[in-house]
Design a protein around this ligand. Structure first.
Ligand SMILES: [Ca+2]
Ligand SMILES: [Ca+2]
Ligand SMILES: [Ca+2]
Length: 334
């Protein structure tokens, strides 16, 4: 009977964590549903890095499964810089350019430059499909602008993910204010309708924390085969509480944090059992006083110096620490 039980357990594990889960993912809101992050943030290039953006641009990728062949749209919420949500410095005088790329050169697994981790490299690689510059435009304040329609075949095909890859670059081309915005990959122009099996990811996450003690934000980096440890880098965390790393095998490792306008790096060992699943980076705000308008940047790389992706919808689901109790139960009682 015990043997049977373990087979069922294994089957259940495969069902819960295995490959089919990937095809059920719908990670189209960016930031994702499970991340509990209010906004992405990009400052105008005349801003100060001490406000929480180290490079004044951000790069996001969308993967669209090969079997999806209908047109799709990339919707940007609050693309303007002014009015609600955005971070004013003096007057609102910032212009932000959003550009969508497809074709050869986009896929960051084939073209490292595309990842957007280093200034000066060609993170705008690929064919420019559409772009638009936004200023202080009430028309787009607290509202969507929709890019598209795009044909999935215009993407850069990645055989490993069996998906067409697209990229959206956001640049603060002038001014010094912080543009807060969100993305949604949609099958419809005027509504947010997720595409089955699609996902979004980045290598450098530039985001805003909640102005709320109780809200915990998350990001979910995916641990691919061959990863032995990852090196995390966090920028301008404003000494705001703690960053914890949780996984199926980690109850919570606390990570050294940055304060003002600095990077702090540390290594996190990866257990073989964590390969093929996601980690949960938890961002807990400090409780003794409220750190307001905290913009931060997170980057990860593996032991070889290759960047690690964060998926908007965690691959394999949100990792939950499995207390040893669960394993003791299956041990025979003496
Ligand atoms: Ca300004
Ligand atoms: Ca905005
Ligand atoms: Ca900050």
């Amino acid at each position: 009977m015990k043997f049977k039980k373990s087979i069922y357990k294994t089957l259940l594990l495969i069902l819960l964590l295995g490959f089919p889960v990937f095809f059920r993912l719908t990670g189209q809101p960016v930031p994702g549903k499970d991340e509990n992050i209010p906004f992405l943030v990009t400052f105008g290039k005349d801003g100060k890095t001490s406000w929480g953006d180290n490079c004044f641009f951000s790069v996001f990728f969308f993967s669209i499964p090969k079997d999806y062949t209908r047109p799709f749209f990339i919707r940007v919420f609050d693309p303007d810089c002014g009015g609600e949500y955005d971070e004013i410095q003096g007057d609102f005088d910032t212009k932000t350019k959003f550009s969508v790329y497809g074709g050869k050169g986009v896929d960051p697994e084939k073209n490292e430059e595309s990842r957007g981790l280093l200034k000066g490299l060609n993170y705008k690689s690929g064919n420019l499909l559409q772009s638009k510059i936004f200023g202080n435009d009430p028309q787009y304040d607290n509202n969507y602008y929709t890019f598209g329609p795009f044909n999935p075949s215009e993407g850069d095909f990645n055989a490993k993910w069996n998906s067409n890859m697209f990229k959206i670059v956001c640049e603060g081309i002038s001014g010094d204010d912080g543009n807060l915005y969100r993305y949604f990959l949609s099958s419809e122009k005027d509504n947010n309708i997720p595409i089955e099996g699609a996902n979004a990811f980045t290598y450098a996450y530039h985001f805003r924390m909640w102005n709320d003690f109780k809200s915990v934000s998350h990001i979910y980096p995916y641990i691919d085969t061959g990863i032995v440890y990852i090196r995390q880098s966090n920028f301008d965390w404003d000494d705001d509480g703690t960053i914890l790393v949780v996984s199926r095998y980690k109850q919570g490792i606390s990570v050294p944090i940055s304060d003002e306008d600095n990077w702090v790096k540390s290594n996190i060992p990866i257990e073989p059992q964590e390969v093929g699943s996601s980690l949960d980076f938890q961002f807990h705000k400090r409780q003794d006083f409220l750190v307001k308008n905290n913009n931060v940047v997170i980057e990860l790389e593996n032991q070889r110096g290759d960047a690690v992706k964060f998926f908007s919808s965690p691959i394999g689901g949100v990792p939950i620490y499995q207390a040893k109790v669960g394993y003791d139960k299956v041990k025979p009682k003496k």
